[in-house]
Ligand binder design. Structure first.
Ligand code: 0A1
Ligand code: ZN
Length: 879
């Protein structure tokens, strides 16, 4: 049963330290078919300075109390109130420690929200972040209450030969009636959101790691039976992550075991429970025949992310949920750096920036806007957002840019030393960098509190060997209503000469502060002057996307075209091309014309595709045509998705026709037939380029034969999926597309992760008839709203991956989606709320669609029994 909404907001300004502290928790959890019996003993005491008359108030969520005892004696019922969402106990000792024993009884099988203790494919597992522990027992379920845990699990040996919890294994043994037990000790004090248990019939892949100081760690990845051989890449990524964190940040692992479990039904990507990371199986299980290169990269990233949380999140956690970015932004930054080191830095950076613009920018510019550190929420689960994660990571990256590598590392070292074992705040974090380097970060701190994407306007003029660059920053007030003060924007730049080399020019003294290749813009406006230049350089601004801003650089198309060819910074070349493409597509979509692209831009793209000295992965990124939702974002207002679709198709045709011959030669040159599949970054890059070219070649030929042959001959999922997408999306209804989709379905029907791909592939066909297809798919025997991956594959695939049909003028796309969200909300509010964010940009569409979207959203919002999660998103989206 979902929580309904009382409309109440939780505010950062109301934060009070806990009145009671918990030192140690003992749990005995007996798992049975149909129910679980939980006995929890909380060793606690009143916090120093807390009011001795204050009752102990423990959080609960749909709990029923079985028994309650204080220091071994049942408590007089007049001394406590047990409600499903709260246990209040009065007259507790003034300062002595006490042991409170709480018994609860749960029904994991009926837990469809997948929060707390639930059963997935027969496996018992938990998800406690953010507030799931209170669905297991009454507890001060807040991240600033840290305790050590000793957990005893009991279950039927047959049903659950594997019994896992946090920390190190201690005792285990047999019990009567075919049951057995295992005890786990977690010596590291942790908040309740990091508690976990897993029990069931699981296969395991084992390995080991020796830390720099010599600790031997047993590593294990658990999967459903028969799938452990698909965990080898995840295990490899884990070992690489452990070694990287030692090298890069001096962080070692701190337990004797590290366990990872892959679960089929999971709301998010994964969870960093201490010593027992639980994953959506999508981020563990891989095989060349079932997983794409993007899946491999995703597994590597998520494995690293969860592992890195051991220090940034677990050893140092958050004081309260407003500080979520303290662990998430920092950990995303760390996983991005890991991928950059393990793969290719520029390619990784482009992918991150692309993701930031696709996910975070629309959030920051729409009704769901909030600062990286929010100051209020109704439902915390709705704040695991691109802003907290991805923009949060950008803030850490800016800090590294501003302080330099050594200063940043000194600040991180101090943070680990000073706050190990703490529940910290953003202020604590920033103070470490200030103290370690002497920097004043007061202005920088505004980035955490001011929502919205700043605009950075740049103008340049050149004469007599002197280049004057004017910079202006501005921040519009958005839905969050936060401040608009000028912030510290680090602007990495280069002056590119006609020979394609950076010109080393000294800035004229007295202008805005420049350190190396970074301009520190700290005022609303500033001017930078370079003198003594022998030629007019091309200004390459905001290299590596050194700040999360919208750059408005008044730069001629000639200069941009020159940078696309010449910029020695690979990111700069990509950005020049993507700006040129974005601008051309935006203009075409606004004018609703299908004019071909500027031939010079087309030529630049074709040349990039063929530029041998560039790594193929980068070439694939450079020739990517912006997607329809990206073009819609650039149009910004009164978007007509049909015009967007036509503009994009016309652009693809212009590039395809002009490049066909050279594309063919490049594609032929890439093929390495006979070589066994390898998921490494450069092999993946060759496949990415080859498949991007196949798309253009199919568009040029205007017929599906080549893509069909590629589909038929594919010996890995990346190539198969790419070819199937070309067939389904570009040749919908053709016999080749139908045959490919059927073959795909029949070959992989039994593999849930691949079947998800098939649902998404069909839901994203940009053809009006897709609405009937998704209707039919929602009645497919393998479709279920109970599995979040499946729900996301169909509903999410459609609503976020099919601009043209989701935004159908007749509103049918909106209504179908809203109806599904209403159904899903009754099972899994968190996933429903997340999917509902597909509507976040509804106001930027043309009037007719706007009205249809408003009507669909209002009808959904009018349902009386919506969850707090979905109601929060709908109210903010409509406001
Ligand atoms: N902390 C996890 C992700 C996560 C967040 C929220 C959840 O439930 C509301 C579950 C998992 C991470 O960053 O990986
Ligand atoms: Zn995280």
């Amino acid at each position: 049963m979902q929580r309904t909404d009382d409309g109440q907001k939780i505010r950062l300004s109301d934060y009070r330290p806990p009145a009671f502290l918990v030192r140690h928790v003992e749990m005995r959890i007996a798992l049975h078919d149909g129910h679980a019996a939980v006995e929890t003993t909380i060793h606690a005491r009143r916090a120093e300075g807390a009011d001795p008359a204050e009752p102990l108030v423990l959080d609960g969520d749909h709990l029923s109390l079985v028994a309650l005892a204080l220091d071994g004696t049942a408590i007089d019922p007049r001394r406590f109130d047990a409600a499903p969402d709260r246990l209040t106990i009065r007259d507790l000792p003034g300062s002595d420690a006490f042991a409170l024993r709480i018994e609860t009884r749960l029904e994991p099988e009926t837990n469809t929200e997948l929060m707390g203790l639930y059963r997935s494919n027969g496996i018992w597992c938990t998800q406690c972040e953010a507030e799931g522990f209170r669905r297991i027992t009454y507890f001060p379920d807040r991240p600033d209450v840290l305790a050590t845990y000793r957990v005893r699990l009991e279950a039927d040996h047959e049903a659950a030969p594997v019994l896992l919890s946090n920390g190190n294994p201690s005792e285990s043994g047999d019990l009567d009636g075919g049951r057995h037990f295992a005890v786990w000790d977690d010596p590291h004090p942790k908040p309740s959101y990091l508690f976990a248990l897993v029990a069931g019939r699981l296969d395991v892949l084992r390995d080991g790691f020796r830390t720099a100081s010599g600790r031997a760690v047993d590593l294990a990845v658990y999967t459903e039976p028969g799938l452990a051989d698909r965990a080898t890449y995840a295990m490899d990524a884990l070992k690489r992550s452990m070694a990287w964190d030692e090298r890069r940040f001096g962080r070692e692992y701190d337990l004797d075991v590290f366990n990872v479990v892959a679960i089929s039904d999971f709301n998010m990507g994964a969870m960093e429970n201490k010593g027992l990371n639980v994953f959506n199986h999508k981020y563990v299980l891989l095989a060349p025949d079932t997983a794409t290169d993007a899946d491999y990269a995703g597994v590597e990233t998520v494995i690293a992310h969860e592992y890195f949380h051991n220090w940034t999140g677990n050893r140092i956690t958050c004081r309260d949920w407003f500080q979520l970015c303290l662990k998430e932004g920092l950990t995303v930054y760390r996983d991005q750096e890991f991928s950059a080191d393990e793969r290719a830095r520029t390619v990784k950076r482009i992918a991150s920036v692309h993701g930031l613009k696709a996910q975070q920018f629309p959030e920051d510019q729409g009704p769901l806007q909030h600062p990286v550190r929010p100051t209020q929420y109704r439902e915390i689960n709705n704040f695991y957002t691109a802003t907290v994660y991805e923009k949060g990571a950008e803030l850490v990256r800016m800090l590294a840019t501003i302080l330099g590598e050594a200063g940043f590392r000194a600040g991180m070292d101090l943070y680990f030393a000073r706050h190990d074992g703490d529940a910290a705040t953003i202020e604590d974090f920033l103070r470490c960098f200030a103290d370690a380097t002497g920097a004043d970060l007061a202005q920088f701190a505004l980035w955490y509190d001011q929502a919205g994407t700043p605009e950075l306007e740049v103008q340049e003029s050149f004469g007599d060997g002197r280049l004057t660059v004017s910079l202006r920053q501005s921040l519009a007030k958005g839905a969050a209503g936060t401040g608009t003060e000028p912030m510290h924007i680090p602007v990495r730049f280069g002056l590119v000469g006609a020979d394609g080399a950076d010109i080393a020019a000294e800035p004229v003294a007295g202008a805005a502060e420049i350190e190396g290749d970074v301009i520190h813009l700290v005022t609303a406006e500033a001017e930078v002057v370079f003198d003594g230049l022998a030629e007019r350089p091309r200004l390459s601004m905001l290299r590596d996307f050194s700040a999360p801003v919208t750059l408005r650089h008044e730069q001629s198309r000639e200069d941009k075209l020159a940078l696309a060819r010449l910029d020695p910074n690979g990111f700069g070349r990509w950005r020049a091309l993507s700006d040129l493409l974005g601008e051309a597509l935006r203009a075409a979509a606004v004018a609703a014309d299908e004019a071909p692209l500027d031939p010079r831009l087309v030529e630049a793209l074709v040349e990039c595709a063929a530029e041998e000295r560039l790594e193929p992965a980068l070439r694939a990124q450079m020739i990517a045509i912006p997607g329809e939702s990206e073009i819609a974002r650039l149009v910004g207002a009164n978007v007509d998705p049909e015009a967007v679709h036509r503009a994009r198709e016309a652009a693809i045709r212009s590039v395809a026709r002009a490049g066909a011959e050279r594309f063919r030669a490049v594609r032929d040159g890439l093929s390495r037939s006979g070589e066994p599949f390898s998921p490494d970054a450069s092999s993946a890059g060759r496949r990415a380029l080859g498949n991007a070219l196949l798309m253009f070649l199919s568009a040029a030929a205007a017929e599906p034969a080549e893509a069909f042959a590629a589909f038929r001959d594919a010996d890995n999922m990346t190539d198969r999926m790419a070819a199937a997408t070309i067939l389904a999306h570009r040749f919908p209804g053709s016999s080749e597309a139908e045959e490919a989709l059927d073959r795909f379905h029949d070959a992989f029907e039994a593999d849930p992760l691949v079947l998800d791909k098939w649902f998404t592939l069909r839901a994203t066909v940009p053809d009006p008839a897709t609405l009937d297809v998704v209707r039919e798919l929602s009645r497919h025997p393998k479709f279920t709203l109970a599995n979040p991956n499946r729900a996301r594959a169909l509903i999410g695939g459609f609503a976020t991956g099919n601009q043209r049909v989701f935004h159908r003028a007749d509103g049918e796309g909106y209504r179908w989606t809203a109806d599904r969200l209403g159904e899903l909300d009754r099972l899994n509010p968190q996933t429903a709320a997340r999917l509902a964010t597909a509507f976040r940009s509804w106001r930027s569409y043309e009037a007719g669609r706007r009205e249809q979207a408003r009507a669909a959203l209002s009808t959904l919002a009018a349902r009386p029994d919506l969850s707090r999660d979905l109601r929060d998103i709908l109210d903010r989206t409509l406001s």
